[in-house]
Write a protein that binds this ligand. Sequence first.
Ligand code: MG
Length: 399
Amino acid sequence: MTIRERLNLDYARPTKKLIILGSSGFIGNFALEYLRRYPKIQLEGISIHRSIEKLQSIIDEFQPKFVCITDENAFERFQKDFYNPKIKVFKGKEGLIELIEASDSDTVLNALVGSIGIEATFKAIEAQKKICIANKESLITSGPILIDLLKKYKAPLIPVDSEHNAIFQLLLLQNSENIKKILLTASGGPFRDYTLEQIAVVTKEQVLQHPTWNMGPKITVDSAGLINKGLEVIEAHYLFGFSYDMIDVKIHKKSYVHGLVQTMDGAYQCFVSPPSMIFPIAYSLHFPNPVPFVLQEAQDPENWPILEFENVDHRKYPGFSLCIEAGKTGNSAPVILNSANEIAVEMFLQDKIHFTDIPKIIQDALKQIPVVKLEKLHILLEEDKKVRNYVNSKWNEKE
Ligand code: MG
């Protein structure tokens, strides 16, 4: 099956009316910035977690018709302080689904961070919207179910994660028989030049200093241990349908090359752009049309840094290896990995554990929780809950 068929690309149309889920985060901010530059795309709906002052400024600027506030306290506060009869406001995780149902938007940009985004992706597929997917958990935890659902509803899915977007663009230029390998690049995070001894004593402040991307805390922590890249390998596997031995990762410190494709003759094609999410976001919104102007972030080759690549040192990044193992195991193993990681990262951000405990907690969950077959969304959600309960009761309540 070609990527065109797998991701229903013949059904894709350029975005006119957009919903952004996760509008105050890293990707959401870039998307709003792009709408400022290209105001022909109408912002129809947004979701936000709890930053209601930010929400109010987005409403003033873009006047969406529908809003979802996923944090219940923030919802109550917003209704009290900012009541606006012109806007329909939904509440909580269910509100994300109601927002998609209520709006006649043609596109959903799912920029939610974490497994909260999964059901919204499913809803958007059922509603046959174009889905610009930046919520990697939708693919990592429910890849096989999601791909089946895509087949059924013919909703086009465009990857927004920078590496996957790059590989997507490269794959569209090739016959699938001519692909030998796909490669994702990784900046290597802030500890790429550290020794194992140095990594063992890093502080939270050091973990939160990403060398090339300025992202939210969850993804920054994931990136420091290369768990983000491991999750992206699983994401690539489900998105593009390649086996794990056809997917590789190279450390590339400058984050200028986002993805490479090796063809059968051994040659490589690579995708180069400065590290800004504006490129994949603009591309996915306009798809299948091209972005109609040069983005101001673009850089001509004489301004590029020297492009160097290295292999991943697995000893430095035990979490990365766990991701690949869980991906290969398949079924619910990626759910166990992902949910355990989400809890572990939260605990790390609350200063309850050390950075190097994160892979230990994931490894323990993968060892102790049996892998089950995932056929339906509800099984996945039950497994997710089971993992969270296990990890929380074993690690989180111990003070
Ligand atoms: Mg990425």
